[in-house]
Each structure stands twice: as structure tokens, then as C-alpha cells.
Design a protein around this ligand. Sequence first.
Ligand code: ATP
Ligand code: MG
Ligand code: FE
Length: 331
Amino acid sequence: LVVLGIETSCDETAAAVVVGGRRVLSSVVSSQVDLHARFGGVVPEIASRAHVELLTPVVAEAMLSAGVEPHDLDAVACTVGPGLVGALLVGVSTAKALSLVWDVPFVAVNHLEAHLHAAFLEEPDLQLPAVVLLVSGGHTMLVHWEEMGRYRLLGQTVDDAAGEAFDKVARFLGLGYPGGPAIDALAMDGDPTAIAFPRPMLDNGYDFSFSGLKTAVVNHVRKNPDVATADVAASFQEAVVDVLVAKARRAAAEIGAKALCIGGGVAANSQLRERMLGVCVDDGLQAFLPSRAMCTDNAAMVAAAGWHRFLADGASPLDLGAEPNLRLPVV
Ligand code: ATP
Ligand code: MG
Ligand code: FE
């Protein structure tokens, strides 16, 4: 089955063609990062307008570089939520229009489920049950992936998402947007043990909290204006990574997971990747660290998740709209 995937939930306009939920024929991502950078974050109205302009050429390029025609498609899969409502609507309306015009089934995809499926795209032999740490600009969750289509939410953030914490701290330190890559790069020159920032909720449960850590960084810098920014970046990053890794490791041990995976934009973080790999080696777990391109928003993961959904549930109704607050379909 050949699936066209469409993704417009936030600030990436993306389209991809994937065969059998595995073989990526094309994956086109047009990031709007430059458009939003001067505002220090994603501006929803600008994102929606940019999606309107970019989506048609992005879909055309995905189809062209995959070498497929509309009649080759078996489904058009699109992210319907969660995300920014205006941004989502552009993708959903386009996908439904293409579905009608091309007479191809429309499949609604949950963006979070798509992030989970990103793992399988690059590692078809991924073993279940697995623990997946999904850390992005809008989400921080620890998921127990029992079997195909069956997830259990172990914990999530009670305040800021991990990526949001990186972005807010970077903004405070004057490092620009997006903050994650900037902190990651600067931390390489800093001492992660320089400042003992708190490790929020380290030992209790699987929920996360990052807003207190952000405040601790702000307070520390205000009290010590001469502190080296690289040390702040490295120490902050170390605190976040310590918490993420400790909880993922504890969860994997508790459920008897065979594999540990990460996903979402923060999964591109070098320190997080290195530490996760170390834990997997120590604990005898299959490690799966998707490439950076597969960690951040893309449409190949949407097409892959859509393929699984289509096989399990068939086509979605065309009167379905965008669902900005959609949750992971947990059991
Ligand atoms: P969501 O997927 O939850 O809707 P989103 O689209 O904002 O949110 P992604 O595009 O997956 O999320 O990821 C963007 C986030 O990842 C940003 O917060 C960014 O700072 C963070 N990020 C990217 N690279 C790194 C890195 N190397 N280290 C830490 N954080 C990073
Ligand atoms: Mg994004
Ligand atoms: Fe995302």
C-alpha cells in the first residue's frame, strides 16, 4: 500500500510518500523556523498562512520525487491533532480535498502516534514491548508500547514540555530560537557539574516537571551575573537529561521492556542520545535512537502511522475536523 502523508500541526509543512508503512519513497519538510525566529517562538497565525502557501508545492514535490501519480496512492493520511488549530486545518482540508478529487481514502492520524511510528521507519526490527520517551516542543511523555496499536501512558509533564524548557532557558540566556540546538552546542564548551540545578521529581513516579528548573536557572543567573553561559547551558542540560534518562530506565526495568526508544525534537539532543545509549548497553536493552530528521516533525512518520491505522480501522470519515487537543489513544 502506497500512502501519502501530510503534516502541518505546528511549524513544519511536510509531505511524504511511504510504501507499506516502511519504505520511504520521499519525505519533504519545509521548516518555518526562520519565519518565527524573530518572535522567539511559533506564531500560530503566521504558521497557518505559511502552510497555505507551502503545502501544495510540498505535496507536489513529494509526489514527483517519489515518482508516483495520484492513481498509485492507496490512502492520504494527515495529522488531525494535537497541534495548532489553524495550522492543522490547512493540512486536514487539503488532505480531504485530495482524497475527494483523487478518489483515495482519507486517514486521520494522531501526531503523537506518528512520532512513535518514526522509530519503526528506521528500525523495522524494533522489539516490543518498548518504552518510548517522547520529548518535543509541546510534549513530554513516557509511553509503554505494548504491541502494535496498544500504548499505555506511564507519565507526562505536569507543566512545561522538555523542549519548551530548552526554548525558554535559551531565550533567557539570549541564545535565540529554537533553543534546544543552541543549548546543545553551547553545552559542549561548558562544565555540566558547574552548577547543581534541581532534578525535579527524579525519584517519584513517571511524571515530569520542568518549570521549577527553568526558574532555578533564571534565579542563579540573576544572583551570579558573571557566570559562564556555557556552564549554565551544560548544567541545565545535564539536569534535564538526568531526569529523562532515570525515568525511562526505571520504566524499562519495571515493565520488562526489550527496547528503549526516543522521539520528538529533543531526541536530537546529543547528551540525551549518548546517555540513552549507555543505559541500553548497561541494561541489555535494544536501543533505538532515530536520526535527527526522523525525530523532528515530518510526514514520513504520518504516512507510516496512517498505514497502520488504515489496516486496523479503515478510512476515516470526511466530516472529521482538526482536533487540537487530541490525546494518544491509550488503553
Ligand atoms: P510537538 O511535536 O509536541 O507538537 P514541536 O513541533 O514544537 O512540538 P518538534 O518539532 O518535534 O516539536 O521539536 C522542536 C523542539 O525540539 C524545540 O523545543 C527544540 O528546542 C527542541 N530541540 C531540537 N533540537 C534539540 C537539541 N539538540 N537539544 C534539545 N532540544 C532540541
Ligand atoms: Mg516543530
Ligand atoms: Fe511533533
